[in-house]
Design a protein around this ligand. Structure first.
Ligand SMILES: [Zn+2]
Length: 222
């Protein structure tokens, strides 16, 4: 018998993805039908937002249940066209509980220039390292894009995707969404800093100290 969607992903999980997408739109990170979010359910199952549905039209019933062998377990709509990228990240990164993908403006503007976000501000450490990398361009939905993203996310919780947008990871989709917001804020500051002049980049030793403090103080420091 085909498993029902509620049995696979649960109502709370589906509701969280709906709230996450509405938060991303409210914060101006996604516009219209761009962007998507997913949440791991089990070692081989995850839930993902449907293709082509605006955040305000999303319902828990429209969230799609997937298995990591490319099988749609239960759905009333088609999964996001970028489901493969989510699936391949879950397979490569057992530590990841949820993924948020946006086309937020400043981060995407940098990504369209193939620019990573360097350590121009110590807060880049919020993504786990001394930079936020930019994955090389590949067509959306392709295994090549997944490979590029997984490589750019090594030891990181976020990356840019060239000529495309942003990926942010987290324990939950709320955590990932808040990180996506931090990345957009950093991208905005970096773009402005480059307009003003030539931003000073913190060196390896300075960033090692910041990263050590982030580990000591837990999730992050303000
Ligand atoms: Zn996209």
């Amino acid at each position: 018998m085909e498993p029902t969607r509620d049995k696979v992903i649960g109502v709370a999980n589906a509701l969280e993805l709906v709230s996450t997408m509405q938060y991303l739109e409210r914060m101006g990170l996604n516009c219209g039908k761009s962007g998507n979010a997913s949440s791991r359910v089990g070692s081989t199952t995850y839930s993902i937002t449907p293709s082509g549905v605006a955040p305000l039209d999303l319902t828990p019933e429209s969230i799609v249940a997937m298995a990591t062998d490319e099988v749609v377990l239960s759905a009333t709509a088609k999964p996001s066209s970028e489901w493969r990228m989510h699936q391949d990240i879950y397979s490569a990164r057992p530590d990841v509980g949820a993924i948020v993908h946006t086309h937020s403006s400043y981060a995407t503007a940098l990504a369209c220039n193939g620019k990573p976000i360097p350590a121009f501000h110590y807060m880049v450490a919020v993504a786990g390292g001394d930079s936020i990398r930019c994955a090389p361009y590949a067509t959306f939905g392709t295994p090549q894009l997944s490979d590029n993203a997984v490589a750019a996310l090594e030891n990181r919780q976020a990356c840019l995707l060239a000529n495309h947008g942003v990926l942010a990871l987290g324990e939950t989709s709320f955590v990932a969404a808040k990180l996506a917001l931090e990345v957009e804020q950093l991208a905005r500051q970096y773009c402005i800093a480059m307009q003003v002049g030539d931003p000073v980049i913190l060196d390896d030793e300075q960033m090692r100290e910041v990263l050590a403090k982030f580990e000591t103080y837990g999730e992050r420091i303000e």
